[in-house]
Design a protein around this ligand. Structure first.
Ligand code: ADP
Ligand code: ADP
Length: 226
């Protein structure tokens, strides 16, 4: 089963800038996949389109077989998104932010509370559950967004530069956590501009530059050619 299938995806922003110039990408179920590229390459645009936050100009996208154009509700249910910016209400408590996500996906309230406890414990945030999110450190806010993204138990977790601005120790523990949930069966796609991050975590990689995929291979093969 393909977790993600993209063909001939194009994005031209208003004003005429071509951010994606017809990309093809396939990610298999269970993969840990990196989309690597420099700033401005088109990584955020790509995942923005997959998670339906950005409109595409042309092309086909499907997630676990659900088509972006015709099966949007089902497609969205497959995806947990961890965006780059902190986009939660800083005045809500940690637990509220996670539990509130249930409303978007029809997760029953009791189940949402149980899962929130589970994920907040796993991510080391349970002690902070009653604190307003603004009290958290940057690394904790990042982990809060991971807990929120997992609440509806998506099959595909997409993270945009998950460890940007996170210190090295915390980065390690986040890496360990992502590897663990991948082992449990969640397909993961992350964007990064660190080759080291891709190397540590991922099995397969696509390199994007100026809106085009310039390499799409396994990490093993990529490293063998360097
Ligand atoms: P990355 O995530 O790889 O850094 P982005 O997908 O954010 O790259 O951006 C790709 C290109 O598209 C960049 O040149 C960026 O300036 C441009 N871009 C992104 N968003 C917009 C927008 N809303 N309007 C116009 N150009 C944009
Ligand atoms: P707001 O009034 O801030 O838009 P919402 O209740 O719409 O409040 O959203 C709460 C927060 O959750 C917002 O910061 C929003 O960006 C984020 N959010 C909304 N829908 C989703 C979603 N499907 N996945 C991830 N985050 C979401």
């Amino acid at each position: 089963m393909k977790a993600l299938s993209i063909s001939n995806l194009r994005k031209t922003y208003k004003g005429g800038f071509e951010a994606l110039k017809g990309i093809d990408l396939n990610v298999e179920e269970g993969d840990f996949f990196a989309l690597l590229g420099p700033n401005g390459a088109g990584k955020s645009t790509t995942i923005g389109i997959i998670s339906s936050l950005v409109n595409k100009t042309e092309g086909k996208v499907s997630v676990f077989g659900y088509d972006l154009d015709t099966q949007l509700v089902e497609l969205k249910r497959q995806i947990g998104l961890v965006p780059q910016e902190f986009n939660f209400n800083q005045f809500e408590t940690v637990r509220q932010i996670v539990v509130n996500q249930a409303g978007y996906y029809g997760v029953p309230r009791q189940v949402a509370h149980e899962r929130a406890e589970h994920y907040l414990k796993q991510l080391g945030l349970w002690d902070k559950r009653n604190d307003p999110a603004r009290m958290l450190s940057g690394g904790m806010k990042r982990r809060l967004m991971i807990a929120r993204a997992l609440l509806h138990e998506p099959k595909l977790l997409i993270l945009d530069e998950p460890t940007a601005g996170v210190d090295i120790e915390l980065r390690r523990s986040m890496w360990d956590y992502l590897l663990e949930i991948n082992k449990q069966g969640i397909t993961i796609i992350l964007t990064t501009h660190y080759l080291e991050e891709a190397e540590t975590l991922c099995r397969n990689i696509a390199i994007i530059d100026h809106g085009a995929i310039v390499e799409n291979t396994s990490i093993k093969r990529l490293l063998a050619t360097l």
